[in-house]
Design a protein around this ligand. Structure first.
Ligand code: ADP
Ligand code: LRH
Length: 431
């Protein structure tokens, strides 16, 4: 029997799972879970990477004997290494204000195919004071991998979120990386070896969490849209070629690199961050509020308004946007109604802009537990929603490792069949 350990660091929590692929099924057991979130320090927002690394090590101990290890995390953020390979400062969180007001240069979309997000790595680098002391940049999963193994590399799916990869060649763009000589390590593809930890191979997976989540979408045919629903809702379709039209750029659709050379054609929707920040402000529990919200009425606002990006008093910002004061349940309902409509808009636009038609929407990630959001999304889209698995990212991480070590075989659709067979899914029909 082959067992692998998947480390999945989300912006709101991290976990280490032990995964086994056997008899045409994939099973995961969560062996360790820990909280994560941006930390305010001396006026800016950071991630506590040494703290997260300690949790990773604890999780790997709890995973016991495994045949390989794979690491994924949220995208775009990075650590900088000095000439001795030591981390320079704590990595800055993409919600920090240092990129406020940044504008993309003309012609960028035609090269990197990325939606404009002020926090894409290339814009963070424009505001990075530590560059003169830097000898190498490692994205978060690559940094964890380096600390485990001593080997450095840049996993491709996550590297595409930097804005520095040419979407047509799948390589670092010579044009866009000219000002960063030697800073970016060689690319690794999902499935490539990435060193060893205590004698156990570390394998590059889809180290962008969204890339791993899309691997584990339990689709039965290729006519599906996905919503990887957690801190963000990443809403789109899987394509074989990027869409680089002016219309696609104007609609702020991104062409991120997926596993097996696929393109994740999607839009970022602000996601459950809105709810997470409300709960933090109120110091409240989610379940009772969701029950109340099911019988409340909400107001619709644009969840992608940049005013909602930084941490802070989210209920007040939502009330200000809607121009009225609301109960907690009404605010929660407003968030869910607004996310459902934003999901619909992204799915309609993805189909129109790419020409790919879908007849089902898969919701994966923690948000697949939110029954009200799943139903509202089905209603808004006029399409059936299949919800689950909630741990799609960890499963996608496990599956790519399993294939690399010979315990799973075939295409992405073959891997997805393993998920369909073994994970409990819930179906919501549009009302
Ligand atoms: P990330 O990877 O971005 O940290 P997750 O995929 O772990 O995010 O999703 C976290 C979110 O999932 C939470 O903020 C919460 O809104 C939602 N969620 C998790 N469990 C439940 C649940 N039992 N009911 C409703 N929502 C849930
Ligand atoms: C989701 C995610 C998303 C990125 C964002 C920074 O966790 O990786 O795909 O846009 O974080």
């Amino acid at each position: 029997m082959t067992a692998v350990a998947a480390v999945d660091l989300g912006a709101s929590s991290g976990r280490v799972v032990r995964g086994v692929v056997t008899d045409g099924r994939v099973h995961i057991e969560e062996v360790h879970r820990f909280a994560n979130g941006p930390v305010h320090r001396r006026g800016s927002l950071h991630w506590d990477l040494p703290g997260l690394y300690r949790e990773v090590l604890a999780g790997l101990r709890l995973a016991g004997e495994v045949d390989s290890i794979g690491i994924d995390s949220w995208a775009v953020d990075y650590g900088l290494l000095d000439a001795r390979g030591e981390l320079l400062g704590d990595p800055v969180c993409y919600r920090d204000s240092r990129t406020d007001g940044i504008k993309p240069p003309d012609g960028l979309y035609e090269i990197n195919g990325l939606q404009f997000q002020p926090f894409n790595t290339m814009f963070q680098l424009m505001a990075e004071p530590l560059l003169p002391q830097t000898s190498q940049l490692l994205l978060i999963p690559d940094l964890i991998s380096y600390w485990l193994t001593g080997d450095r590399g840049a996993e491709y799916t996550n590297a595409t979120t930097t804005g520095l990869i040419d979407v047509r060649t799948g390589q670092w763009s010579p044009e866009l990386t000219r000002v960063l000589p030697g800073l970016l390590p060689a690319l690794r593809r999902p499935g490539d070896p990435a060193g060893t930890y205590n004698g156990v191979p570390v394998i590059a997976v889809g180290s962008h969490d969204t890339a791993s989540a899309v691997v584990a979408v339990p689709a039965e045919t290729d006519r599906f849209a996905y919503i990887s629903c957690g801190t963000w809702s990443l809403v789109g379709v899987e394509l074989s070629e990027p869409v680089l039209t002016a219309e696609s750029r104007a609609a702020n659709f991104t062409n991120e690199g997926g596993v097996d050379g696929t393109i994740r054609y999607l839009r970022n929707v602000m996601g459950l961050w809105l709810l997470q920040e409300c709960l933090r402000t109120w110091n409240a529990e989610l379940a009772p509020l969701l029950r109340e919200a099911a019988h409340s009425t909400g107001s619709v606002f644009d969840p992608n308004d940049p005013v909602f990006l930084p941490p802070g008093d989210m209920p007040a910002r939502i009330e200000r946007w809607c121009g009225k004061s609301m109960t907690r349940a009404e605010i929660v309902r407003s968030i869910l109604d607004s996310l459902a409509l934003a999901h619909r808009d992204a799915i309609v636009d993805a189909q129109r802009l790419s020409g790919k038609e879908v007849d089902v929407v898969h919701i994966v990630g923690g948000g697949s537990h939110n029954e009200l959001l799943c139903q509202l999304t089905a209603d808004a889209c006029g399409l059936p929603v299949v919800a689950g698995p909630a741990e799609a990212t960890a499963l996608g991480n496990v599956l790519v490792q399993a294939r690399a070590v010979g315990a799973a075989h075939g295409t992405l659709m073959d891997l997805r069949m393993l998920v369909q067979r073994s994970q409990a899914l819930h179906r919501y029909l549009p009302r």
